[in-house]
Design a protein around this ligand. Structure first.
Ligand SMILES: NC(=O)c1ccc[n+]([C@@H]2O[C@H](COP(=O)([O-])OP(=O)(O)OC[C@H]3O[C@@H](n4cnc5c(N)ncnc54)[C@H](OP(=O)(O)O)[C@@H]3O)[C@@H](O)[C@H]2O)c1
Length: 359
């Protein structure tokens, strides 16, 4: 596979730091550019991040001395230096939407972690094991943007990365009603216990905008391309509550589900065991060997024990049982800054590279 030069926009942040670690060992992608706000621009990355480095592994030497560019002022310069960028910035939604379009229009593809373009009908929102075919909408998007190479592709919100993969292989039984309560780690807010001490021994029953995303985004992921847009799926009916909990990394979801045609417990376990997608078929470098792992033990999955399963790219499931109100209930877990953010975006970029979208 050809090597690609990449940029990390938002390199000083929580997700940006994850990108830096993942890409430092990547066989296809070389980080040539790091960018962030004007506050960091002009400094060496290691100085711009300073004490905000939140990873357990040290900062990769290959990027520590790169000079941080200005994500907004240097768009055209960055676009000339790289084949595509990863983007994870904390800015206003309309500013992010405009910034990502500027990169795309400068013929620099954007693989984004931000939510700004998730609702744009010709922007694919991809979980590579679930809806890899949605990248075909890029042709229509390029037509709208007037670009040859440039486009925007996004990954979904981290909250849905635990329960949508578990529900996906069960769609053949007709998903009718889904209730999901998520218990989300503080790194999802770009924080650690040092930077958010109020979260020690605490739970906050509100994460702005998260329930709306958790209920709507699965319907786009399960949607279909129709002409120049992706049309959302009509079912299932999803309701959620999203809570912030005192966990460093790893989002857990407690899920209740009803079907049109209720499967047996064995059929559900079989569907999870046999599920595999395009990333596994193509043997993409970041793809887990098995996407879904079922634990028989009653006290699993646990955030601390299981979030790093298959490099943090697999989803752990447990406690499948029948329910009095719904057909079944179960619990699932995924690593929010790996599968749920930087890792999921790197896997999406690998899919796009393998399919020739960066050439
Ligand atoms: N954390 C997660 O688990 C997670 C999961 C999925 C999606 N996301 C999304 O990813 C994005 C980043 O999240 P995060 O947790 O990494 O946030 P974060 O730790 O707060 O980092 C924010 C990044 O944005 C940069 N930034 C802020 N204002 C900017 C500006 N005006 N121009 C250019 N860059 C600017 C910051 O640069 P400076 O250091 O220079 O200020 C920093 O690099 C958000 O959209 C978030 O919703 C996060």
């Amino acid at each position: 596979m050809k090597k690609y030069n990449v940029g990390i926009i938002g390199a000083t942040g929580m997700v940006g730091q994850r990108f830096a670690l993942l890409l430092s060992k990547h066989p296809w992608f070389d980080v040539k550019v790091v960018a962030a706000s004007p506050r960091s621009a002009g400094k060496k990355l290691k100085d711009a991040i300073g004490s905000r480095w939140a990873m357990t592994e040290p900062m990769p030497e290959s990027i520590a001395d790169l000079t941080v560019m200005d994500a907004t002022a240097d768009v055209e310069k960055i676009a000339k230096e790289v084949d595509f960028v990863f983007c994870a910035v904390d800015m206003k939604k309309d500013e992010i939407r405009a910034l990502e379009e500027r990169y795309a229009k400068a013929e620099c593809p954007v693989v984004s972690n931000n939510s700004a373009h998730r609702g744009t009908p010709d922007v694919p929102m991809v979980v590579p094991e679930i809806n890899p075919e949605h990248i075909e909408i890029i042709k229509a998007q390029r037509k709208r943007l007037g670009t040859k190479r440039g486009f925007i592709a996004v990954k979904s919100n981290c909250s849905i990365q635990s329960y949508v993969p578990a529900l996906h292989p069960l769609r053949k039984y007709g998903l009718k009603n889904v209730l999901a309560c998520t218990y989300q780690a503080i790194s999802g807010a770009g924080k650690t216990f040092e930077t958010w001490p109020e979260m020690v021994d605490n739970l906050i029953p509100y994460i702005g905008g998260e329930e709306e995303k958790s209920e709507n985004e699965p319907l786009k992921v399960w949607g279909k391309i129709n002409g120049d847009v992706i049309e959302n799926a009509q079912a299932p009916n999803i309701t959620t509550q999203c809570l912030r909990v005192a966990v460093s990394d790893g989002h857990t979801a407690a899920v209740f589900v009803s079907f049109d045609n209720k499967p047996s417990k064995e059929e559900i376990l079989e569907a999870w065991k046999n599920f595999s997608g395009v990333p596994q078929e193509l043997k993409l470098p970041s793809a887990p060997e098995r996407f879904l792992h079922y634990f028989e033990e009653d006290n699993r999955p646990q955030a601390k024990l299981d979030r790093m399963l298959e490099g943090g790219m697999a989803v752990s499931i447990g406690r499948l049982r029948e329910d009095k109100q719904y057909d079944y209930k179960f619990v699932c877990l995924s690593h929010n800054t790996l599968r749920g953010a930087a890792g999921g975006a790197v896997l999406l970029a690998e899919l796009l590279a393998a399919k020739g979208y960066f050439d």
